[in-house]
Design a protein around this ligand. Structure first.
Ligand code: SF4
Length: 362
């Protein structure tokens, strides 16, 4: 039975074992747990009354003790290139951001895992905030649920990337639970793990944990020497210097058909020289990978500059001559501070989002 509690239970707070325990405590059959999860993650309902395969009595009983507490206050703004930034207010008043990035048939959502970040990469706006708090699993998943609710019924998110605010591997338990809810095909949202990418700044000792999650792994490299990385990513590189990071990458158990991705933010006259490109070729020798070059997105209060297109193209050519697979990432959403490394400030104008489109379960 429910015990005296100060606040009703938020069903989204419960993972499958905890929900199963609750269902068993109520004397309900075990399959009720998965039924409830399907309503939460596949139908995206916001009220217990919508769970129509529970009896009226069961719904009323559940409702008197539990709630579905999703994000209430959602705002968004759009860029002329079609990207959309979403701002969600957490229960504790903190704000987090997600970016929706349409690209042809693809619709990618970039997710946050922390409010602010533990790390202090010198080119990153989020890093300047410091760490406010870790997100809970349901706050990570609610970014996906809430954005999907704003889309037309025929539109579906195709890819998820953990590249928003925060270092996912510094909040790995919540991230792992969120990935379970996003990928489970029986009661979860059913995303293929191949369509999910987790990007880390390089917590070398935790990289191995990503393999068990089945998702793609990206490493934010951004330097061609240990000394350079000490300047650009001081905290993470002090804990996990470049040689240790690359050893962990070499030892990473890649699944068949997969490869690692290295992200390289290009900073004008800092890490974008021909010599940097040649050193990168040496560093990545023998690692099955591709490289994404990300020309820096400038913001006020930061002295780094974006390199010229010519410089970026030359860098790519040199890497290609070294037989590396290299792509230049288009900067999307720059004017709404939604591009890579720019999450953390609120642009204007913002528009409040009215919820929702939901599907139903029979
Ligand atoms: S780049 Fe990533 S890891 Fe580094 S401070 Fe920014 S959010 Fe944190």
């Amino acid at each position: 039975m429910f015990h005296t509690v100060q606040k009703p239970i938020n069903l989204l707070d419960l993972d499958l074992p905890r929900l199963s325990a609750l269902v068993s405590e109520l004397g309900w059959p075990p399959f009720r747990a998965q039924q409830i999860l399907r309503w939460l993650y596949q139908s995206r309902v916001r009220t217990i009354q919508r769970m129509t395969n529970l009896s009226l009595h069961e719904r009323s009983y559940l409702e008197s003790n539990a709630v579905i507490r999703r994000f209430q206050d959602i705002q968004s703004c759009s860029a002329t290139d079609g990207t959309q930034k979403f701002l969600f207010r957490l229960d504790d008043g903190n704000m987090i951001e997600s970016m929706l990035i349409p690209d042809g048939q693809r619709l990618t959502l970039c997710l946050s895992t922390q409010v602010g970040c533990t790390l202090d990469c010198t080119f990153c706006l989020t890093g300047q905030m410091g760490l406010q708090t870790n997100l809970k699993a349901h706050e990570i998943v609610d970014q996906v649920l809430s954005v999907q609710d704003t889309l037309h019924l025929e539109q579906h998110l195709t890819s998820l990337v953990f590249m928003g605010m925060g270092e996912p591997l510094a909040n790995v338990e919540a991230v792992a639970e969120a990935i379970t809810r996003l990928t489970n095909t029986q009661w979860g949202m059913g995303f293929s793990p191949k369509r999910i990418t987790l990007s880390t700044a390089g917590l070398a000792t935790r990289i191995h944990d990503v393999a068990a999650l089945g998702v793609n792994l990206a490493i934010s490299l951004n330097a061609s020497t240990n000394e350079q990385r000490d300047v650009l990513m001081p905290m993470v590189n002090r804990l996990h210097p470049l040689p240790a990071l690359l050893s962990a990458c070499r030892a990473y158990p890649l699944r068949p058909g997969r490869r690692l991705t290295f992200e390289y933010v290009m900073l004008g006259d800092v890490n974008d020289s021909a010599l940097d490109a040649k050193r990168l070729i040496q560093l990545l020798k023998g690692i099955h990978c591709k490289i994404n070059l990300i020309p820096f997105n400038e913001f006020t209060s930061n002295a780094f500059r974006r390199p010229t297109d010519t410089r970026v193209n030359q860098f790519q050519s040199i890497l290609r001559q070294g037989n590396l697979d290299v792509f230049i990432r288009k900067s999307r959403g720059r004017e709404i501070l939604g591009a890579c490394g720019q999450l953390g400030v609120l642009p204007s104008p913002l528009v409040s989002i009215q919820q929702q489109h939901t599907t139903s379960i029979t």
